[in-house]
Design a protein around this ligand. Structure first.
Ligand code: ASP
Length: 170
């Protein structure tokens, strides 16, 4: 049976909002209820490594995430992460041999009724099973080689940083 490891690192996907002042906490990894809701057929481990808004992530946090990915027995790794510095953590994960690593997250918390979390996580789970070893970002319905992705804040989505015509892909 296919086995994945999910490394949860926080970000908006896992946020819990408290009141009108918009104070929040980064809560339990939301991947567990989402996988349960989807009745997934693969087996998985979920490991919570960091619980932060990714704007607060440090080099030490990224070194820890890299160490946990390297220590994983699984070759298919999904990393849930805040969108603001997802590309920086992706950079920190380059060069790990024999693993397909897919980072994903959400612009709206998974706990919100209307959220991109479910869709993005589903894309990441599909990508991690199909892509060659390397580091990818799965966001907004596209799977990017991580070094080619960037967040477009005005549009509220990820896009190719270096648009190049690729037949059938762009
Ligand atoms: N500031 C958040 C973060 O990067 C934004 C998000 O996750 O969409 O953690």
């Amino acid at each position: 049976m296919i086995k994945l490891r999910v490394i949860a690192t926080g970000g908006t996907i896992d946020k819990v909002y408290f009141d009108a002042a918009s104070s929040y906490d980064v809560g339990e990894p939301q991947v567990l209820p989402l996988f349960t809701e989807a009745n997934v057929g693969f087996s998985y481990e979920v490991e919570s490594v960091v619980r932060k808004d990714s704007l607060a992530m440090t080099d030490e946090d990224r070194a820890l995430i890299r160490a946990r990915v390297m220590a994983a027995a699984e070759s298919m790794i999904v990393v849930t992460h805040g969108t603001d510095t997802m590309t920086e953590t992706a950079d920190a994960l380059q060069g790990i041999p024999d693993k397909t690593i897919v980072l994903t997250g959400a612009m709206q918390p998974a706990r919100f009724r209307s959220s991109d979390a479910f869709f993005n996580l589903g894309c990441a789970v599909a990508a991690v099973q199909l892509a060659a070893p390397g580091v990818y970002i799965a966001m907004n319905g596209q799977v990017f080689p991580a070094h080619r992705a960037r967040k477009n804040r005005e549009r509220g989505r990820f896009e190719f940083a270096d648009p190049q015509p690729e037949a059938g892909h762009e």
